[in-house]
Design a binder for this molecule. Structure first.
Ligand SMILES: [Ca+2]
Ligand SMILES: [Ca+2]
Length: 203
């Protein structure tokens, strides 16, 4: 009986450890209303001549009924942001999971499903940490169709061009992360789509 118990314990341990390695947490899926403004579900805007339009896409989607469609025109000297998360101006832009309820130590990367058009546009993905410090990861739209973009936390770098006035720039990604946002880097014009956003464990 002891040997059988030992085997059962071993099987259980292997099961638990493989579950831990494959752990992922869906934090955004872009189902439901997509809208801007103070009561919007997406916090987005632009300035200095750049423009952006954010809508739901029912035809091009990775999962569910829709994805987030981002049509951008980024000019030199302009700026834009498309953000989801907490403590944003758009009051209904929360993720599926409250950031303060997430066990951040269980994950080491953000993952985004992006539908590209091989435009060669470089797109910034910024995250805002718990000291309002902005961290940046950049991917290039050099693919067509859906692709999982994995952004290891260790590969984010603190933005040197701009930080919020409220930021404590302490050089550490402080948890919980509050929000993420996209910004295509000028000069660029095109469209990309975003669906399932997950926190994942890569190692
Ligand atoms: Ca979706
Ligand atoms: Ca920080």
């Amino acid at each position: 009986m002891k040997a059988v118990n030992l085997i059962l314990v071993l099987i259980l341990c292997v099961g638990i450890s493989s579950c831990a390695q494959n752990k992922s947490l869906l934090i955004d899926d872009f189902e439901g209303e997509i809208s801007g403004g103070a009561k919007g579900t997406v916090d987005f805007g632009s300035g200095e001549g750049s423009s952006v339009d954010v809508t739901a896409s029912k035809d091009i989607k990775y999962q569910g009924n829709q994805s987030l469609k981002i049509a951008y025109d980024a000019i030199g000297g302009g700026y834009m942001w498309i953000a989801r998360g907490f403590e944003l101006d758009a009051k209904n832009s929360s993720w599926l999971v409250k950031h303060t309820k997430i066990k951040w130590n269980n994950f080491d990367a953000f993952s985004f499903y992006i539908y590209g058009s091989n435009s060669k546009t470089r797109v910034s993905i910024d995250i805002k940490d718990n000291t309002d410090e902005m961290w940046r990861f950049i991917f290039t739209d050099d693919f067509s169709g859906w692709k999982q973009i994995v952004c290891p936390l260790k590969d984010f770098f603190a933005r040197s061009d701009w930080q919020p006035a409220t930021a404590d720039v302490n050089g550490i990604i402080d948890f919980p992360v509050k929000s993420y946002q996209f910004e295509p880097i000028a000069k660029a014009k095109g469209t990309f789509y975003v669906d399932n956003v997950e926190l994942i464990k890569t190692q």
